[in-house]
Design a protein around this ligand. Structure first.
Ligand SMILES: *Cc1c(COP(=O)(O)O)cnc(C)c1O
Length: 390
């Protein structure tokens, strides 16, 4: 068998198992309504939680910066790619989350890989929630540290792993908001464990930054906590509406990462106009708290609908999963909604544990209350249709 035959056979297996993934081609901007594969759909599928991806102030900031400085950064940050706009953005991000220093990365995936691999090695141990994002898991494998996973949100299990560990350096690694469940990690309790067992705490706030906290500063503001042990990471392609990520913490940590994080060092700096758009995103997040208030209002409207057949999972964030259970049923539900002009993704194992297939509803400040009522009405219809088919 040639390599290509092997690959084709694997792809065919995926297809027959209904697991072959396909992309939708989007035209026009990200918004509540998108044109996907030529069809206009009301979308509950993006991470653009505040509706900033197509915000006029961000667009204008990026246009002006592009006129002024061009499109390409030309080199990595440590050669000649580090622009004053990157520098200003790092300072603004650190201030925004209330930590002393920050380092900008091109993506969240790269930030996670860079940080964990720079700080941890063979004699060290990483303690991770089983439902952490894939990029955090990959980061631990890359670091070669011992990988200790505990059941989702089970702090007693985390504590026994920490207590038993003889590792040189310990790092607790956790999603602040879990991406497929929308639930929030009990960060103050986890931090207390880190203090007791002298471990670092790295928080991935991809889904909290911009959304949680009175000013949208994320998980640290939500719990009103800070600590020199915290390594804070947030992405800038979700609520912030653009692209990229940053790590924030103590100046020594940030300086060390600048020297050692390979995904920072060996890659071209992102275009400076992205940094200009992100500086404006921070202003909008600060100036337009009504976006967060509207998002919270949409969550409560959604929860006024209590389906008979399925169940809303407990979530106080923009990610609102509807637990369906069976893979087959969640696919039929998602397909039914598509026929009604609604794009809501079905999430199945192995992305989530077996038997917990779900519809992942992502709300955005770009949605209107009417949009959420449209979704509720379609879910009511779907329930009738799928019950009569069952
Ligand atoms: C999206 C996401 C990432 C990756 O961020 P990118 O900037 O998209 O690479 C990392 N962690 C979590 C929890 C995420 O949801």
């Amino acid at each position: 068998m040639t390599l290509l035959d092997e690959l084709a056979a694997e792809l065919a297996e995926r297809t027959s198992a209904g697991l072959r993934r396909q992309r939708r081609v989007i035209q026009g901007p990200q918004a509540a309504e998108v044109v996907a594969n030529g069809k206009r759909l009301l979308s509950f599928a993006s991470n653009d939680y505040l509706g900033l991806a197509n915000h006029p102030r961000l667009i204008s900031a990026m246009q002006q910066a592009t006129q002024a400085v061009g499109v390409g950064s030309g080199a990595s940050h440590l050669i000649t790619g580090h622009h004053v706009l990157h520098e200003e953005l790092e300072q603004a991000l650190a201030r925004f989350v209330g930590l002393p220093a920050a380092l900008l990365f091109s993506t969240g995936y790269m930030a996670n890989m860079g940080v964990v691999a720079a700080l941890m090695g063979r004699d060290d141990a990483v303690f991770a929630d089983k439902l952490n994002h894939a990029s955090l898991n990959d980061a631990v494998v890359l670091s070669r540290a011992e990988f200790k996973r505990y059941p989702h949100q089970d702090l007693a299990a985390l504590e026994s792993l920490l207590a038993a560990s003889r590792a040189r350096r310990k790092l607790v690694l956790v999603d602040a908001v879990f991406s497929m469940d929308g639930d929030i990690a009990p960060v103050p309790e986890i931090l207390a464990l880190c203090e007791r067992y002298d471990a670092w705490l790295m928080l991935d706030d991809a889904h909290g930054f911009g959304v949680l906290g009175e000013h949208g500063a994320g998980i640290l503001e939500h719990f009103n906590i800070t600590s020199p042990r915290i390594i804070y990471m947030a992405t800038l392609g979700k609520a912030a509406g653009v692209a990229g990520a940053f790590v924030a913490g103590e100046p020594v940590l940030i300086d060390y990462l600048l020297q050692q994080a390979r995904t920072y060092i060996y890659t071209t700096a992102s275009p400076a106009p992205l940094a200009a758009a992100l500086l404006e995103a921070l202003n909008v997040i600060r100036d337009e708290p009504q976006r967060r208030a509207h998002l919270r209002q949409l969550m409560s409207v959604l929860k006024t609908h209590t389906p008979r057949r399925w169940q809303w999972m407990p979530s106080a964030t923009a990610i609102q999963p509807l637990l369906v259970g069976s893979n087959d049923e969640v696919l039929r539900l998602s397909e039914y909604l598509l026929t009604r002009g609604l794009l809501v993704p079905a999430i199945r194992p192995p992305t989530v544990p077996k038997g917990t297939a779900r519809l992942r509803v992502s709300l955005s400040a770009a949605h209107s209350e009417q949009d959420v009522h449209t979704l509720i009405n379609a879910l009511r219809e779907a329930e009738v249709v799928l019950e009569s088919a069952a």
